[in-house]
Design a protein around this ligand. Structure first.
Ligand code: AHG
Ligand code: MN
Ligand code: MN
Length: 340
């Protein structure tokens, strides 16, 4: 909805922060830093094809995935911004083997750590489809005054202070969630600011779209196969068969799911028994956003946000989106989810 007066993301965040007299504004500063990183990455993404920034970087990350040039560029920007941020004690990224704790005395007194997927949907970079940056912000649990520790990065999603993403799509948007709710801001290129465009986003309780890499279905459990049959079954009064949409970029598929409703799934299968998507910087932030918008996010055994991580790059199956659709999927999957 167009606003009569544009509200910038910074203005909005400051107004929200004022609702809490004890708030010190540190979280607002971090969100502004992420917005700045998003704008810098956006500038490069928008020039893709004109400069030599498409294609492979020539290295693989710790998870054995081939890195694209834009993966590396985006990671460097995020790391650089947070290293200079007064509020960030350390970071962890999909593209780095381990977390990084900033050692300087200033950072040692910073309260927050940030985990991120600097560029999500790498396989879409070269074909001009939506890609994004996902982030998760935790208050550290380690002692202030010292560098942060591994434990700060292994907190369950239910301890998140804020999470969000920047989507580089037909327009560029930053969406972030706190416990107060979810709001979306569209980049207004002429003034270079994210402006409030999607206030108080709510994920519809029902939807008509299922989103999954159905090419993997021969490797799914019986429960998962039965749920896909359910999605494709003809029941006019329940809007089935559902439509199938799959971009192959979690940010893109979940942005649609958040706005229009639906379900997005990346389940376990015979060859990937833990699923593909990473808990701390893909599933947890997305689960936090979708739940703050009234939706739901589950793994096979329970709520995504309740998983206590043991490793930085651990994976989890995920079923996320409209509450009623996720509940229905879990009836199939939790009963019969025996992979193999
Ligand atoms: P990334 O580009 O950060 O490695 O993430 C890719 C992820 C996610 O964005 C997407 O949902 C999924 O991989 C797609 O996987 P498939 O190609 O196996 O469907
Ligand atoms: Mn990703
Ligand atoms: Mn990525």
């Amino acid at each position: 909805m167009p606003q009569s007066k544009l509200i910038t993301m910074d203005e909005f965040t400051i107004q929200e922060t004022r609702k809490f007299p004890q708030a010190t504004g540190e979280l607002s500063t971090l969100l502004r830093d992420i917005g700045l990183a998003g704008k810098i990455i956006n500038k490069q993404v928008r020039r893709a094809g004109l400069e030599d920034i498409l294609g492979k970087h020539g290295a693989t990350n710790v998870q054995g995935e081939e890195q694209m040039k834009l993966d590396v560029y985006s990671n460097d920007i995020m790391i650089d911004i947070f290293m200079n941020s007064p509020e960030c004690a350390g970071i962890a990224s999909e593209e780095n083997d381990d977390h990084v704790c900033y050692e300087d005395t200033f950072s040692a007194n910073s309260k927050y750590v940030v985990l991120f997927d600097p560029l999500d949907g790498s396989s879409n970079i070269d074909v001009n489809a939506p890609i994004g940056t996902i982030f998760a912000i935790y208050r550290r649990v380690s002692e202030l005054g010292k560098p942060c520790t591994k434990e700060d990065f292994l907190q369950p999603g239910n301890r998140l202070m804020a999470a969000g993403y920047v989507i580089y799509g037909s327009s560029t948007m930053m969406v972030y969630a706190t416990k107060l709710g979810v709001n979306g801001f569209t980049l207004e290129p002429s003034i270079g600011e994210f402006c409030l465009s999607h206030p108080n986003i709510k994920c519809p309780e029902n939807g008509k779209i299922y989103s999954i890499n159905q090419g993997n279905s021969s490797k799914y459990s019986d429960g998962m196969k039965a749920y896909l049959d359910y999605c494709m079954e003809n029941k006019k009064e329940e809007n089935r068969p559902y439509s199938h949409r799959y971009i192959g970029s979690m940010v893109g598929d979940l942005h649609r799911t958040l706005i229009k409703g639906g379900i997005f799934m990346y389940p376990a299968d015979k060859s990937s028994t833990k699923g593909k998507l990473r808990l701390q910087y893909e599933c947890n932030p997305m689960a936090f956003i979708v739940e703050a918008a009234g939706g739901k996010a589950m793994c096979n055994t329970g709520n995504i946000l309740d998983i206590v991580p043991t490793e930085l790059h651990q994976r989890t199956p995920i079923f996320i989106g409209s509450k009623n659709m996720v509940n229905k999927a879990m009836e199939f999957v939790m009963e019969k989810e025996v992979v193999g």
